[in-house]
Design a protein around this ligand. Structure first.
Ligand code: GCU
Length: 682
């Protein structure tokens, strides 16, 4: 079907005739022992994938008498694998890695997928299928892969009533009413999709948590889901509402130092592990946006996290404690609060606690500097939290490929241990020698037939998994594979679409928040512009962040202002602190600038703002033209779906441009230069 349900696992017949012939010759049969559920999943995927790619049903055989074949397994599942000269490679592959080789096995030409564990084989199968979907040669294959990050986890902000906080692709996939008795086949396809990109964990419930999921009836439902996901190497995690001991435990307090509270969590955790023996652990949002937490009892984040960490430790569980905290009584600069609260706690967390930090210090804006906590808590494993769902990046409508933004963060140099101390190295544990590591992505999936609503938002789910596996992966290479797997390898399609994707994030920054602007979106739903938003909590207004008046615009976070720059290490601090070196892309994040001041382009600030907003709209128009020109290269269904959403995106881009320019023009008091389109008044 062309409805997008198959995601990047479409396995269509290989177009290139030479490649097809090569594949058919190299893999006429498959040898895989499939006695475990995971190896059975690997076998099924091989069958499904090769049937599609080669257009033929391949026989699964025990070792056949002659001719080439595909051999997959572990040393313990296969005597043939055990006998191969791959001991050194397998040693390096660890518990989730794999080796793929074209090699001679007892005089026969084999394509080998070998791993130490069943899930390693499954990952290897997906790799080989990807290799063939992107039409790579099987000759001389020498692939050795393993994840650089241990926990690669989707965070579903899904509620028990099936609404999804910041979800734009339908309702929650988890049909709590029908569970545990009825298992939607979609759960299996969800697991396949995740395993294909190396995701090995899923937090089923919203960070704004409901304690009910921890009650016995719900734990049975969670168990049923865990059972479907397990063969695919995916563990289930839950959000823990800090006040659960009161709400479902009948206690009077949730004080983390109260022995009764500690005993309650311990018993609850033991109960969970009796039901779900490989349960992953808890994700906690505490003392943030009204959520309960240890500070309600004058305890610290470490007190709260350690209580839960102690409860899960005997079961090898982890606690992911979020650093996304800010409160209405923080008058200076909201972006500084997380650092101020967490930096002093470094060294106080138990070893199975990860502090989960959003990519930037505010809240998933189109562009933020990297979060100053990265590199600032050397004794604590920090987990990177990315938002795959596009709360601030066009929600259902905008084609924005997020991987370049994530790459920007991962490549950012914290200087924590001198030059080269990138966020990627903080996250993969290599900078400080942490063994427990993780990356989280706020999921963008829902019940829409194509999972993500916008067909191109599938790419963000895909890229999240690929970058969690390898934070050094390049966003353009990921886009390239995704396009080929999802649509076609026709260069006349791949080239322009890749260009569109790679530019799309900067395009969105231009028509939403150019020059380091941030938090100027509409109130509460966050779709569309709202630079005029005032009233209520100061840190939820737009004015708090842009501070525009007739003299200029921007938030002074330099040493002379809030001194948020002081939370970064020397060279970074200095670069951000100085108008001359900060760069235009974060200019108004860190500096207050006069309307007539010159920026890097040589234009005045006002003219540059007009230029960028206009360029943003023009780029979306160019994207539409490019996409229209590709009609006929792919199925009409997905082409039409994207075309319709691009039309909405163009309207949104014009709305952002016009509203923002007309609003800021009141302060700048200057005309729109004649070469630009006039903003339309509503
Ligand atoms: C954002 C988002 C909320 C979410 C919060 C969080 O503020 O708008 O819906 O709960 O982030 O990450 O906790």
């Amino acid at each position: 079907a062309d409805d997008g349900y198959d995601l990047w696992l479409r396995y269509s017949l290989v177009k290139d005739a030479t490649r097809l012939a090569e594949y058919r010759a190299a893999i006429p049969r498959i040898v895989i022992d499939s006695r475990t559920p995971t190896l059975a999943a690997a076998r099924d995927e091989l069958g499904r994938g090769l049937r599609g790619l080669l257009g033929a049903e391949l026989p699964f055989t025990p070792r056949g008498p002659r001719g080439p074949y595909l051999l997959a397994g572990t040393p313990s599942s296969s005597r043939e694998i055990d006998a191969l000269e791959l001991k050194r490679e397998l040693l390096a592959a660890g518990s989730e890695g794999y080796v793929i080789r074209s090699m001679d096995v007892g005089g026969r030409q084999a394509t080998v997928i070998a791993a130490n564990t069943d899930v390693g084989v499954l990952y290897g199968v997906f790799h080989l299928l990807r290799h063939m979907q992107t039409e790579g040669s099987l000759e001389g294959l020498r692939i050795e892969e393993k994840p650089r990050v241990e926990r690669r986890i989707l965070n579903h902000w899904d509620n028990l009533d099936r609404s999804v906080e910041r979800g734009y692709a339908g309702r929650s996939l988890w049909d709590w009413n029908a569970l545990p008795g009825t298992l939607d086949p979609r759960y299996t396809d969800y697991a396949r999709a995740n395993a294909s990109i190396g995701i090995n964990g899923t937090v089923l419930t919203n960070v704004n948590a409901n304690a009910q999921v921890l009650t016995p009836a719900y734990l049975q439902k969670v168990r049923a889901l865990a059972g479907v996901f397990r063969p695919y190497g995916i563990r289930v995690y839950l959000t823990a509402r800090f006040s659960a001991p009161i709400e479902i435990g009948g206690l009077r307090t949730a004080d983390p130092l109260d022995p009764a509270v500690r005993a309650w969590w311990k018993a609850k955790t033991d109960e969970i592990y009796r039901i779900i023996p490989d349960f992953g652990g808890f994700l906690v949002k505490a003392n943030s946006e009204g959520q309960p937490g240890p500070q309600d009892y004058r305890r610290t984040h470490a007190d709260g996290a350690n209580m839960l960490a102690e409860a899960v430790a005997p079961h090898d569980g982890i606690v992911m404690w979020r650093a996304f905290v800010y409160s209405p009584d923080e008058p200076r600069d909201r972006t500084m609060q997380a650092y101020d609260e967490f930096h002093p706690l470094d060294g106080q967390f138990l070893p199975n606690v990860l502090v989960q930090v959003k990519n930037g210090p505010l809240d998933f804006q189109p562009r933020e500097p990297f979060h100053p906590l990265f590199g600032a808590m050397p004794r604590t494993p920090l987990m990177l939290e990315l938002q795959v769902t596009q709360e601030y990046l066009g929600q259902h409508s905008d084609l924005v490929y997020l991987a370049p933004m994530w790459q920007e963060v991962l490549d950012a140099d914290t200087y924590a241990r001198g030059a080269g101390s990138t966020v990627a190295k903080v996250i993969d544990g290599s900078l400080e020698g942490h063994r427990v590591t993780g990356v989280a992505g706020v999921a963008n999936t829902g019940t829409d037939r194509n999972w993500t609503g916008h067909p191109f938002h599938q790419a963000n789910w895909y890229a999240f998994g690929r970058m969690a596996w390898n934070p050094a992966a390049r966003s353009d290479a990921i886009a390239d594979e995704w396009i080929r797997m999802t649509f076609t390898s026709d260069e006349a399609f791949v080239r322009p679409v890749k260009r569109m994707m790679m530019e799309s994030r900067e395009v969105a920054v231009n028509y939403m928040t150019p020059l380091g602007l941030h938090h100027i979106m509409a109130r509460s739903h966050h779709y569309g512009p709202g630079p005029w938003v005032t009233g209520g909590r100061a840190d939820w207004t737009a004015l708090y962040y842009h501070r525009a008046d007739t003299l200029g615009i921007g938030f002074d976070r330099t040493a002379a202002g809030s001194n948020a720059v002081g939370q970064y290490v020397g060279p970074v601090r200095d670069r951000f602190n100085d108008r001359a070196t900060v760069g235009d892309s974060l200019l108004l994040w860190f500096h207050r600038v006069g309307w007539n001041d010159r920026v890097e382009s040589g234009r005045t600030l006002w003219n540059e703002m007009v230029h960028r907003y206009s360029a943003g709209v023009d780029s979306v128009r160019a994207m539409r033209r490019a996409w229209d020109g590709l009609a006929g290269k792919i199925d009409a269904e997905r082409h039409g779906e994207v075309a319709r959403r691009l039309a909405t995106q163009e309207r949104a881009a014009r709305w952002w441009r016009d509203a923002s320019l007309l609003y800021f023009q009141q302060f700048a008091r200057q005309p729109i230069p004649p070469q630009y389109e006039r903003p339309a008044r509503p």
